[in-house]
Design a protein around this ligand. Structure first.
Ligand SMILES: C[S@@+](CC[C@H](N)C(=O)[O-])C[C@H]1O[C@@H](n2cnc3c(N)ncnc32)[C@H](O)[C@@H]1O
Length: 425
């Protein structure tokens, strides 16, 4: 208990470090090279990763991200000549990451694109195309867009070179929302029957042209430095089973999922449906940490503060108490895995904010510090940073969960500041 109190006090005393907000960075800076290929909820900005990697590693050191998301850590590691491994339970994240870390020779991909563009030009309404047979496809797409998307999809499927195919599938994935009746800007799967979906072929070509510029820039950066062959690996698996050897990793940089915050499985269902990553959405959901579908048995919280938060929540709502407990327990297992693979003296940098549920403060940062200390980690540094609103919507509607305008009456603020916990093994 004494430790709990001191952890809270310790973090409360930490002052915001303005330079870590990177408030001067424009979208062009944060989306440079391949970073802008695909939207992804709660991605962090590349500048956080490169600054940490600069400080804590040298060329050749292995960097890992156990919650790799759309691959920010991997792209930055490669640009800096550090080998890297990321895992993510979401196959859509893995597809995006693969495309982002694979710099394809610009001449080759431009040529492929020219051929592809010609093939798309042959589209007419009489061409026979086959869309995946899933009732959810018809739920989200109107017949005309569905036909055109199926045509694009079939053409991508014919591409033999796997890197080129992933590049095009990544682009395809990013246009699906705009070409569907998914309510614009909503992070909840909601239909908008008034919406006029974007025309798929035009939208796809525009998306690919943007990606071609990003790929050319990455290729140039890596060629200049001789880093084209720096190993970079992404695997679709759980953060508790990372394919890295014991004591082999110099640095971990990651931003974990939040408890019941984003349902990644719901958010990426359009891609998952088209690419047939899953036939069963409910099974897909269960694999994610932070979702409400997990076993609530045999939980090890490994933190007095986490126990306290659970008890507070139990007074308000049993289900939320169980979900938060499961989350902390699963995060503790991830920390065990981090310890296994880190070298002695290696650092883990965890980007995390606090939040509140049912009126109870969920002190993620404080709980993580306690859990990591209980596992034998030492605090190396703790940074508090502001999240500039252009990078992350700062208000959300409490009832619908949608991102809200500044004047909406139901708004609640979400993560205006966050911590970077730097813990040493
Ligand atoms: C906050 S996001 C990471 C974003 C990332 N930093 C980026 O820049 O794209 C958290 C990620 O954790 C992943 N995730 C959730 N549960 C997981 C699990 N059990 N194992 C591995 N990854 C998981 C989600 O799919 C999501 O991509």
């Amino acid at each position: 208990m004494i430790q709990t109190k001191s952890t809270i006090e310790l973090l409360r005393k930490i002052k915001i470090e303005p330079s870590w907000a990177f408030a001067d960075k424009t979208r062009k800076d944060t989306a440079y090279a391949t970073h802008g290929y695909h939207r992804y909820p709660a991605k962090f900005i590349p500048q956080i990763v490169s600054r940490l990697a600069e400080k804590y590693t040298k060329q050749g050191d292995l960097i890992v991200d156990p919650f790799g998301g759309c691959g920010t850590t991997l792209v930055e590691s490669k640009v800096m000549g550090r080998p890297s491994i990321a895992v993510d339970i979401n196959p859509v994240a893995v597809l995006i990451t693969k495309a982002k870390i694979t710099a394809i020779d610009p001449f080759k991909i431009e040529k492929e694109f020219a051929t592809f563009q010609k093939r798309l030009g042959t589209y007419n309404e009489k061409i026979r195309v086959k869309a995946p047979e899933h009732e959810r496809i018809d739920y989200w797409f109107k017949p005309e867009e569905k036909r055109k998307l199926a045509f694009i999809f079939a053409e991508i499927s014919k591409i033999k070179d796997r890197d080129v195919q992933d590049f095009f599938f990544c682009g395809f994935s990013n246009i699906l929302k705009n070409c569907s009746i998914w309510l614009q800007k909503s992070n909840k799967p909601t239909r908008d029957f008034e919406k006029k979906p974007s025309e798929p072929i035009k939208t796809f070509l525009k998306q690919i042209k943007m990606m071609l510029r990003g790929n050319a820039r990455l290729f140039e950066l890596l060629s200049e430095k001789g880093y084209l062959k720096v190993p970079s690996k992404v695997i679709c698996t759980d953060a508790r089973t990372i394919p890295a050897q014991d004591s082999s990793v110099s640095l971990i940089v990651t931003s974990p999922p939040y408890v019941t915050s984003y349902e990644y499985a719901d958010l990426h269902q359009l891609t998952a449906l088209w690419l047939e990553y899953t036939k069963d959405l409910s099974d897909f959901r269960k694999r994610f940490i932070g979702t409400s579908y997990h076993s609530k048995k045999d939980l090890v919280l490994n933190s007095a503060l986490a126990e306290k938060i659970r008890n507070e929540l139990l007074k308000k709502d049993k289900k939320t108490a169980e979900e938060v407990s499961a989350y902390f327990s699963e995060m503790n297992q991830v920390f065990v895995e981090m310890k296994r693979m880190l070298k002695k003296g290696g650092k883990t940098c965890i980007v995390i904010g606090n939040t509140s549920l049912k009126g109870v403060e969920i002190l993620n940062a404080e709980v993580f510090v306690e859990q990591l200390q209980n596992l034998g980690f030492k605090i190396a540094d703790i940074i508090k940073r502001e999240i500039p609103s252009k990078n992350l919507p700062s208000v959300r509607d409490e009832t619908t969960g949608r991102f809200a305008g500044i004047n909406d009456k139901n708004k609640v603020s979400v993560y205006p500041t966050e911590y970077i916990l730097i813990m040493e093994k």
